[in-house]
Design a binder for this molecule. Structure first.
Ligand SMILES: Nc1ncnc2c1ncn2[C@@H]1O[C@H](COP(=O)(O)OP(=O)(O)OP(=O)(O)O)[C@@H](O)[C@H]1O
Ligand SMILES: CCCCCCCCCCCCC/C=C/[C@@H](O)[C@H](CO)NC(C)=O
Ligand SMILES: [Ca+2]
Length: 565
């Protein structure tokens, strides 16, 4: 056994009992892992197990029960001493579970030494939260938030020695308002139990509190916002849970709780939405006008249906097939490395996010924020069935690859998807591609741009501003309502902003790079993904990224692959 100068164990190797057999158990502080293997040759592959110390949840001294003590080897020795290690076990589809293993030995001192060493290693994990503030929406999704928290999450937090202050919300905006009042410095993180709307509330509370404390005016669309360092954890108990699904890879309360316990950290871009120098909302998942705005507006009246309301309203909105006229102007995100149509998806420790954030910071240092306003704006006028701006891929169980499969969580850009007027059948084909492997951008009526800011004005508000008489417009509105088959809608749609409707149709949107942080790590690469994506990603990165970054023409993909995979 070796000991660090500070007195900590670097390496502990012992022969310990597990079940009825002796195992060689190694705690390797330097490599950060606990491993156990059967010392009897030949070693079978499935009997060599290890767990990274960063994924150990807790260690506890264990009383072996009577049955265990009376069987086999136990009888031959005095009272055995045992300890249990609880750790993260990774199952399929990004699901995490809490597993445990119990080791025993006859020597009490040795047993205590192991418990002590493991506890010290856990203490060294500085990113783990000790004190959390939890908000539960009892009415989100299928109204199971409270039960989910009490039965699945609270026992894990208690096992990991995390203290919590729990607030069960009594009305909408309860959590948001409360975050302006609490002693926030007391907490290492805020957890929301609910859906995307509940996350949005907590995020608004935290960002708003941070700006207020720093004297930043949120109504100024150009204000450089102050980053929030207090992390947010999401325990999914909503209807879509798109933010959880897109940042963890699955919508599962136990998996989310374990990501919180191990102290994961995933930065996230946030869009600010303004109208006429008035702050409206922040958005992290979907900001959608037209189809998704109309689905949301209709579904709000059907909240009693629970998550099914989106299917009902989705079908109804699809049949109405309304399109909306307006003008979109946007600034392409030139600092980002990827593009919405490359195959390089955002994964844990994403290189594209890291590099894009660095390039943006460098640009701002060199040219200042003011210069950005003068950068190129592109303008598109048209008739749209849907305008969707997504800050993340917006995946959910209904659409596992999401609205924009290659969108990045933390690259300081959003993907702006414009679905122009097309036939019902074409729109259906577009929607169906959200659910299969085909490219949903491969349609003549769909455009996608990676942007850092955009503005939208509907034709209706443009006309109102120019001096067309109101009478004429009203008459035209009447005409269209009388002829629903024509599908044009001169009324405005509404914006769907993370599942909340916005009052105004004219908006000014800006992406704030990595404004908030989550207890998450992005989507982990699975063996299946690795095999499928390695070849295409390297090719794609070499083609798409290398030339704009000014690399030498034939610089090999080897240099990139060392970062990417
Ligand atoms: N106690 C409460 N009573 C009524 N509304 C609440 C309460 N607590 C929170 N809310 C509001 O309920 C809204 C919806 O909640 P939530 O996002 O949890 O569920 P959901 O809408 O079913 O799921 P999703 O957003 O994933 O579609 C939130 O915007 C939140 O402001
Ligand atoms: C006929 C087949 C049609 C299948 C269409 C499937 C498309 C599903 C795409 C879902 C995208 C969800 C984007 C997430 C938005 C959330 O912010 C919001 C609030 O939870 N949810 C919704 C539904 O607006
Ligand atoms: Ca992004």
């Amino acid at each position: 056994m070796e000991q660090l100068p500070c007195g900590r164990w670097l390496r502990l190797v012992s022969s310990l009992g597990m079940g009825q057999r002796a195992w060689e158990v190694t705690l390797d502080g330097e490599r950060g892992r606990l491993a156990w293997s059967d010392p009897r040759p030949p070693r079978r592959g499935d009997e060599n197990c290890f767990v990274p110390t960063s994924e150990i949840i807790a260690v506890e001294e264990t009383e072996l029960n009577k049955k265990q003590r009376n069987s086999g080897k136990w009888q031959k020795m005095g009272k055995p001493h045992a300890f249990t290690v609880y750790y993260v076990k990774k199952a399929r589809n990004h699901r995490w579970r809490c597993s445990d293993v119990t080791f025993w030995c006859a020597d009490e001192h040795l047993c205590n030494q192991w418990i002590q060493a493991l506890k010290e290693l856990l203490e060294m994990q500085k990113s783990r939260p000790k004190q959390l503030l939890v908000y539960i929406n009892p009415y989100g999704g299928k109204r199971q938030g409270k039960r989910i928290y009490e039965q699945k999450v609270a026992p894990l937090f208690s096992l990991a020695s995390i203290s919590t202050d729990v607030v069960i919300t009594e009305h909408a905006n309860h959590a948001k308002d409360n975050l302006f009042e609490v002693n926030i410095n007391k907490y290492d993180g805020v957890v929301c139990v609910g859906g995307d709307g509940m996350f949005s509330e907590v995020m608004h509370g935290l960002i708003g509190r941070m700006q207020k404390d720093s004297g930043i005016d949120q109504n100024n669309p150009k204000a450089p916002l102050v980053q929030c360092n207090i992390r947010i954890g999401i325990i999914p108990a909503g209807s879509t849970d798109c933010i959880c699904y897109s940042t963890i890879g699955i919508s599962d309360p136990v998996t989310s709780a374990l990501h919180i316990i191990v102290g994961d950290c995933q930065p996230l871009d946030v869009c600010s939405v303004h109208h006429n120098n008035t702050f409206l909302k922040y958005c992290v998942s979907l900001l959608g006008y037209g189809f998704y705005g109309d689905v949301l507006k209709d579904s709000e009246k059907k909240r009693w249906m629970g998550p099914m309301r989106y299917d009902y309203s989705g079908f109804k909105t699809f049949l109405t097939h309304h399109y909306y006229e307006g003008t979109i102007s946007f600034q392409p995100a030139k600092h980002t490395l990827g593009s919405p149509r490359d195959k390089y998806t955002c994964r844990t420790g994403c290189y594209i996010c890291k590099k894009s954030e660095q390039q943006l910071a460098q640009q701002r240092k060199q040219c200042g924020l003011k210069h950005e306003e003068e950068e190129e704006w592109k303008i598109i006028k048209g008739k749209f069935l849907a305008i969707n701006a997504v800050n993340m891929r917006c995946a959910c169980p209904r659409s596992p690859k999401g609205l924009s499969p290659a969108a990045h969580l933390a690259d300081g850009s959003a993907d702006l998807i414009l679905v122009r007027k097309c036939s019902r059948l074409d729109f259906l084909r577009y929607l169906v591609r959200h659910t299969n492997q085909d490219d949903q951008f491969d349609f003549s009526f769909v455009d996608v741009h990676r942007v850092k800011s955009f503005q939208f004005t509907s034709k209706l508000s443009e006309d109102n501003e120019s001096n067309v008489t109101d009478m004429g417009k009203k008459r035209f509105g009447q005409f269209c309502r009388d002829h629903p088959a024509c599908c044009c809608n001169i009324a405005n749609s509404t914006w769907n902003c993370d599942g909340e409707t916005l009052e105004s149709s004219a908006v000014e949107v800006r992406v704030h790079c990595q404004l908030v942080k989550l207890f998450a790590r992005g989507i982990e690469e699975t063996c299946k993904d690795e095999a499928a994506s390695r070849q295409s990603s390297v090719e794609q990165l070499t083609v798409d990224i290398v030339p704009p970054m000014g690399r030498r023409k034939n610089e090999s993909s080897r240099n990139l692959s060392k970062y990417a995979f």
